[in-house]
Design a protein around this ligand. Structure first.
Ligand code: UDX
Length: 437
């Protein structure tokens, strides 16, 4: 297997983890970012995000001389055969995708392009963006250098991004050029993963369609959980029964507070906007969004029904991140719940194993008191809300929790505990779609 020279533009979650994993399999990688502070931090060995296993891989590959960081795009493009674009594609107020970072990077690449390069879009982009990137590079490349544009969407999940990248279910490569495809196959050869070759438009569409389908699965099971609550059926049993059918599968059928994070809410809104713009509105996805929002509202209603008035109630919240094993608090339902409770006048104490630093830095939970342990959070609390299913919470000493609370009442938004055990322990316990006590 031959090593290749690669450049990744954008050192966020996708760019940094991809760069590190490409280096780990033997390629020579230069990661480019336009934030000199971030580049300086990375050069001095500091990793700006928490992602299990990432720090080790970065340090190992920097020491081995296979991974380096720069803020100069020319350095990256000059020294690489393949240039990956992994910059943010944030949502605009109407849900459509802001492609200005992609456009800017395309212009910058064009400005320094001297000889043939494969330019790969790894960021999540609307179908037909590849065409725009190619037009832009062509327009701004005064040297007239040859290039090909390829789409190679990334499917990594935060929290297990390294594992997802090292052992992907599939690698999607959308290309119109055999020359570019041959190079892309060499990039992915060491991963020994199934490679699906498509045209560029299909590759772009696969990413939005995949994330929307996963969100649909979550909203589906959450809608069923509402029916379980109303009928006394048990959502865990129902999900097991549905998921045992190989055509459906058990994963992404965990009922809870709904999906959050930096991808699903944005990608579903984007897919709706894309389909609208193409004149074929995908209205099913609006229902997916509605169910997701309702799920949190239903949960809060349960809290109000049980506590009567939330004003001045001492409520502990466990979890701030959008899911466990990440420090990411973007579009987190847990954060929304903290803010909703504060707005209603509750006295909120919150704890998260990894998410508190970012929540404070980004001023996301003003009005709540953040503490340093799960037990400290429940001290004197009249109710505990479990908003993120961290392993640490599953292993907590529940007797101690009960002792510290003023009234032992738990609202489990992620179905982490077993209702019968909680009853035996003497908790008033409410969860999602399961008979409660
Ligand atoms: C997702 C996709 O899985 C990934 O392929 C894509 O590249 C980026 O978006 P990520 O945002 O890291 O990854 O999180 P994921 O593990 O998919 O979870 C998303 C949200 O769905 C979380 O808020 C999670 O709590 C929720 N979820 C997930 C459920 O509520 N129930 C489930 O059964 C699964």
């Amino acid at each position: 297997m031959s090593s290749m020279d690669l450049c990744i533009i954008g050192s966020g979650y996708v760019g940094l983890v991809s760069g590190a994993c490409f280096a780990e399999v033997g390629h020579k990688v230069v990661c480019v970012d336009n934030d000199p502070k971030k580049v300086a931090a990375l050069q001095s060995g500091r990793i700006p995000i928490y992602e299990p296993g990432l720090e080790d891989i970065v340090h190992r590959n920097v020491s081995a001389g296979r991974l380096r960081f720069t803020d100069k795009i020319e350095d990256g493009v000059d020294n690489s055969q393949v240039v990956f674009i992994a910059v943010p594609t944030p949502p605009q107020p109407d849900g459509s995708v802001d492609l200005s970072f992609i456009e800017k990077v395309a212009r910058e690449i064009a400005g320094v392009l001297k000889e043939y390069r494969v330019v790969v879009d790894k960021s999540t982009v609307p179908v037909k963006t590849g065409e725009k990137v190619a037009e832009t590079i062509k327009r701004y490349n005064r040297a007239g250098a040859e290039f090909d544009v390829v789409s190679n969407p990334e499917f990594l999940r935060e929290g297990c991004a390294v594992a997802d990248l090292m052992k992907p279910d599939r690698v999607v490569i959308g290309s119109a050029s055999d020359r570019a495809l041959a190079l892309m196959k060499k990039v992915y050869e060491p991963f020994m993963a199934p490679i699906l070759v498509t045209d560029i438009n299909s590759a772009e569409l696969i990413k939005h369609a995949a994330n929307s389908f996963l969100a649909l699965k979550i909203s589906y099971i959450n809608a069923v959980s509402a029916i379980c609550d109303a009928s006394g059926a048990d959502i865990e049993k129902v999900a097991d029964g549905i998921g045992a059918d190989k055509r459906i599968g058990r994963s992404f059928l965990n009922a809870g507070l709904g999906y959050g994070g930096s991808c699903f809410p944005k990608d579903i809104a984007a897919f709706i906007a894309i389909s609208d713009a193409l004149g074929v509105p995908f209205t099913l996805l609006k229902e997916v969004q509605r169910i997701n929002k309702d799920q949190k509202e239903r949960f809060l209603k349960g809290l109000r029904d049980a506590l009567w008035v939330l004003r001045d109630k001492k409520i502990a919240v466990w979890g701030l991140t959008f899911k466990p094993d990440t420090d990411d608090v973007r579009s987190s339902v847990a954060i929304e719940i903290v803010n909703d409770l504060v707005k209603e006048g509750a006295i909120v104490t919150a704890y998260d194993p990894k998410g508190m630093e970012k929540a404070v830095e980004w001023k996301m939970v003003e009005g709540a008191r953040l503490v340093h342990s799960a037990l400290e959070a429940v001290e004197g609390a009249e109710a505990l809300v479990l908003a993120t299913e961290w392993g640490e919470f599953a292993n907590v000493d529940l007797q101690e929790v009960k002792k510290r609370m003023m009234t032992p009442m738990i609202f489990d938004g992620r179905n982490l505990f077993d209702p019968a055990t909680m009853k035996d322990l003497g908790f008033a316990y409410k969860c999602i779609g399961r008979s409660t006590v």
